[in-house]
Design a protein around this ligand. Structure first.
Ligand code: APR
Length: 233
């Protein structure tokens, strides 16, 4: 049985925009009215952990009320014909809920918290008990923090992500402004000659990157266009 082509997809906030989750830089650098560095940086957490816990609990409650959109679903559908690996900067679980099997989170996961003392101790929050589940204390009594990669912190999954991109037969970038590294640098690791498709209504420039086909569209429209291109190959 011939192996399926490996399709690696790098997604950012734009892929969840049509689900109703706001992006970061479209809102002028505010994330739900908070300066990003106040609620998504190590300094911000050190300065005011209560504010940061409250902020992420608000994001979790918002996440419960949103659904995967047709772009998330189309990516899951591609698994019929491709070995699909999603590398996402998003902390939402919409790729998983749409049915994608291989999702690698670079910036953490909103529905998880981890011990400040034992960083390997991670708990998944129960969506039905968000109100009562204080995200500040684990079942083991440890003080907990959001399982989010804050600014000023290393990105533990980046090596794994680079390995995936190196193996890609096709690389797709959806809904990211390509300004936050190391995620934005993944595009440099595709093998020469690998076709790259970049879906974004307001695409960033990709200087020096060969073989990029820009699909200037929203994620849902762009995915329909990409499906046509892939089918015609
Ligand atoms: N469909 C596709 N893309 C869209 C849509 C849409 N409907 N709406 C907006 N976009 C695009 C914007 O044009 C922009 O290029 O999504 C991108 C959003 O960019 P950012 O807000 O910068 O989000 P992202 O690139 O994911 O940010 C990276 O920055 O704040 C940190 O850790 C946070 O993971 C985040 C990282």
């Amino acid at each position: 049985m011939e192996r399926k082509p490996i399709l690696v997809v790098s997604t950012g906030a734009g892929v969840s925009a049509e689900s109703g989750i706001s992006t970061f830089r479209d809102a002028g650098g505010l994330w739900e009215n908070y300066p990003v560095m106040q609620v998504a940086s190590a300094d911000g957490f050190a300065r005011d952990p209560e504010l940061v816990h409250r902020f992420y609990n608000e994001r979790r409650k918002q996440l419960i009320n949103v659904q995967p959109n047709d772009a998330h679903k189309a990516l899951a559908e591609l698994e019929k014909d491709y070995d699909v690996y999603i590398i996402t900067q998003n902390v939402d679980d919409l790729h998983e809920r749409a049915g994608s099997s291989n999702v690698l989170h670079l910036h953490g996961e909103l529905m998880k918290i981890r011990s400040i003392i034992h960083p390997d101790y991670v708990e998944t929050l129960d969506v039905d008990h968000l109100e009562t589940t204080p995200a500040t204390r684990g079942k083991n009594g440890d003080p907990m923090r959001p399982h989010i990669v804050f600014f000023q912190e290393p990105v533990p999954n980046i090596e794994k992500a680079v390995e995936l991109v190196r193996q890609a037969d096709i690389f797709v970038v959806i809904g990211t402004s390509l300004v936050v590294y190391p995620a934005a640098g993944l595009i440099q690791f595709v093998r020469p000659g690998t076709p790259i498709y970049y879906i974004d209504p307001n695409p960033a420039a990709t200087p020096g990157i060969a073989d990029v086909t820009v699909i200037k569209a929203t994620a849902t429209e762009g995915m329909r266009e990409l499906e046509k291109i892939l089918l015609s190959e």
